[in-house]
Design a binder for this molecule. Structure first.
Ligand code: BGC
Length: 248
């Protein structure tokens, strides 16, 4: 198969990273370039990072870009882990560093889900598949027979008088110095609630922590198969590249 290269950028709570991706294989065709997310994730500073990443690769054309919030028709609608100044901004304009570099933008977890469903742990999945990204927050991507239901935001379901992500995200484990069994008990509580609402056929756990899946997935007692994401931290980049490819 001939390579078909598109560019993906993943804007996350701790890092902003990008790489060219062969969308026929899901492989990064060059090592990814990553910058730390500027404190507060203010629009101007994040935009500068995106420009720097594109310039690093001399990427001249359109690109796909994830954003860690609800994004509808290019417009940011929420801001849980980034500056509130983003709310209402049209990212396709904001990140359009030049006319040729038009951005196709989507939620970060939705992008990771698209990549996992195409190339990773959801490749052969049918029925209802739920991907959860465990990072600074909890992102969710819901698929029904391979079709994405965008912007599901299941990290914000209430749990223990707050958002579930404030109780069970991977960042909470680090911040509160929880060992894996202690954090896994929290995650299990969260997964039981979510799976008893949606009854998925498969749950895929992603985010950087999925590299340590053996330390916590076997501890989770949930009545649904739970597996680790295969693409780890590259899923967002790959999903962003798939999105710009799909947009033609
Ligand atoms: C945001 C989601 C995002 C998730 C992971 C949540 O706080 O509301 O939109 O997908 O964090 O970054």
């Amino acid at each position: 198969m001939t390579a078909d290269i598109h560019f993906g950028i993943d804007i996350g709570g701790s890092g902003i990273k990008g790489a060219p991706v062969d969308v026929t294989t899901g492989e990064l065709v060059a090592p990814r370039f990553e910058l730390p997310t500027p404190p507060g994730a203010e629009p101007a500073a994040v935009r500068d990072c995106v420009t720097e990443i594109l310039d690093h690769f001399d990427w001249p054309g359109p690109f796909g870009c994830t954003f860690p919030a609800v994004v509808k028709a290019g417009v940011v609608r929420t801001a849980a882990n980034v500056s509130q100044d983003w709310v209402g901004m049209d990212l396709t304009q904001e990140l359009d560093v030049s006319r040729a570099r038009q951005a196709v933008v989507l939620n970060d977890a939705d992008a990771a889900g698209l990549a996992e469903m195409r190339f990773g742990a959801g490749r052969d999945a049918t029925g209802t598949t739920l991907l959860l990204t465990l990072g600074t927050g909890i992102g969710s991507a819901l698929f029904v027979d391979g079709t994405l239901v965008p912007n599901t935001e299941l990290g914000h379901v209430p749990l223990h008088d707050g958002d579930a992500e404030a109780y069970a995200a991977a960042s909470v484990r680090t911040r509160e110095h929880l060992d894996y069994p202690t954090w896994a008990a929290r995650l299990e509580e969260y997964l039981r609630m979510v799976t008893h609402l949606l009854w998925p056929d498969l749950v895929i756990l992603g985010g950087g922590v999925s590299r340590d899946a053996d330390a916590f997935i076997p501890l989770l007692a949930v009545d649904c198969p739970v597996v680790a994401a295969a693409l780890h931290n590259d899923a967002g980049i790959v999903g962003a590249a798939l999105a710009v490819h799909a947009a033609g």
